[in-house]
Design a protein around this ligand. Structure first.
Ligand code: SDX
Length: 427
């Protein structure tokens, strides 16, 4: 393994250090490139650019491997819990029984939101998209909790992190309740993180709500599958916002805004809408042809990935969870058959095979969430709820990195060169 890379530019050779990670591609350290050559690299979309060093999550896109602090996502999904994965991502190691109990208790005691936060919902129309509400209300958190916004204080960073992880389910449930015109429910401290969320979402004051353990397990597993994913667009947004020292609550609101896009976290809502639009298996060939047509902006939602050029391991677990939820809830949905047949036909089509397009985390998630009772407009909210753990862990990793500095990319300028102003009567 070479430790230097030689670049011939501007008529001279310049050596740059090559840095080696614990696994995965080496990186060429080009931090001195501009100073030594007067030139920038150019990589819109960051397809070949490592923006940071991280020890949280590793993806091997060719092999379809996803590790959180070294643990494979399949093992975590089967054997762990969302709270345990949150602890793992934040602290680097799996917790002892006592540590996990203390962590869960701490999070539980931050699940209530400031009573005045409820007034922010009333400003939204009832038909507002829940992600619009999440952007607004989570952003509003930055106007509260001033005892946990000094990011130079590790203690305050920890409290802000716990508050964000704890309050997202409460705010997400409130966004849903507001959209259906039902009263907000307060969290209940004797429930698990995920059971609390399900009760606040589907319960009503008029009667007791009993959480179905099978649904709780499926929901908790879905949260695990969405917890973190290297430097995806929304995580990079949180890091860039946080690099200026911005309020942590506002940084997470920025991540929510980015996640909302249909190319990113909004794909789970778009994927189920697409499957429903296809409707029956006989329509699948038409949509596959549309997805392949360069002149047609339509893409198979829930398919393809910047990093995975193999099956997204989260989609494998998701497909298995569909069957478990259908069995537990004694329901079915013809859209699942459409999804299965669409996957089968696409994976036999040269276009998808050559471009290495496989189902991603968003392809099956909507089928499960719909079966549990969530409207499609809530799907990305659930993604944001779970990804808050990853965003917060990545933000903490960045802020506590002594080498951290404000992110400030450069550009390839192709606009007009300098010219003089012309008075309007001479134009
Ligand atoms: C998430 O980054 C993360 O880790 C994200 C995420 C996470 O956990 O944070 O995994 C969550 O965002 C998953 C992705 C959800 N998005 C979708 O399912 C939307 C549909 N997928 C595509 O929009 C696309 O695949 C992306 C955005 C996911 C990835 O796009 P890239 O890496 O920029 O790749 P690309 O657009 O350059 O596509 C490469 C080729 C193109 O064809 P050519 O121009 O080379 O001829 O594949 C084609 C694309 O047209 N292509 C598709 C396709 N996805 C890519 N063609 C049809 N259907 C698709 N879904």
């Amino acid at each position: 393994m070479s430790d230097t890379a030689k670049l011939a530019v501007g008529g001279k050779d310049t050596d740059f250090p090559v840095l080696h990670g614990s696994v995965g591609p080496d990186v060429i350290d080009i931090r001195k490139l501009y100073a030594q050559t007067g030139e920038f690299t150019y990589d819109p979309g960051f397809t070949s650019t490592a923006s940071c060093e991280s020890g949280l999550t590793y993806i091997d896109g060719e092999e379809g491997v996803l590790l959180h602090r070294g643990y494979p996502i399949g093992q975590l999904a089967e054997q762990s819990s969302f709270m345990e994965v949150a602890y793992l991502l934040l602290n680097g190691e799996l917790p002892s029984k006592d540590d996990l109990s203390t962590f869960k208790n701490t999070i539980t005691r931050h699940t209530m939101v400031h009573e005045q936060l409820a007034t922010f919902f009333r400003g939204f129309r009832r038909d507002a998209h829940p992600m619009a509400i999440m952007c607004g209300v989570v952003g509003a958190l930055s106007a509260f909790y001033h005892d946990s916004t000094d990011i130079s204080d590790p203690e305050q960073r920890t409290i802000a992190s716990h508050r964000l992880i704890a309050k997202m389910p409460t705010i997400a449930a409130m966004a849903y309740k507001y959209s259906v015109g039902q009263p907000f429910l307060y969290p209940q401290n004797d429930l698990s993180y995920t059971a609390n969320f399900l009760r606040m979402t589907f319960g009503v004051p008029a009667e007791e709500y009993v959480v179905d353990p099978a649904v709780e397990k499926a929901m908790d597993r879905i949260f695990i599958l969405h917890a973190d994913h290297e430097q995806n667009a929304s995580t990079s947004t949180v890091r860039l916002a946080g690099s200026s020292g911005a309020n942590p609550f506002a940084c997470i609101a920025a991540g929510i805004a980015c996640l909302w896009g249909p190319a990113h976290g909004g794909a789970n809502e778009a994927a189920l809408n697409m499957l429903r639009e296809i409707g029956t298996p006989d329509k699948i060939p038409h949509y596959i042809e549309r997805a392949k047509d360069k002149d047609d902006p339509f893409r198979l939602m829930g398919f393809g990935h910047r990093v995975y050029k193999n099956y997204d391991p989260r989609a494998t677990v998701m497909q298995k969870t569909v069957r478990e939820v259908f069995k537990a809830m004694k329901v079915t949905d013809p859209v699942f058959d459409v999804a299965l047949q669409l996957e089968e036909m696409a994976l036999k089509d040269d276009y998808f095979v050559e471009k290495k397009l496989f189902p991603n985390v968003d392809f099956y998630s909507g089928v499960i969430l719909s079966a549990i009772g969530f409207p499609t407009s809530m799907f990305t909210v659930l993604f944001a709820l779970a990804r808050t753990v990853g965003w917060v862990a990545q933000w903490n990793e960045m802020i506590s990195d002594p080498a951290q500095k404000i992110g400030r990319p450069r550009q390839l300028y192709t606009g007009p060169t300098q010219r003089d102003y012309v008075a309007i009567d001479k134009r």
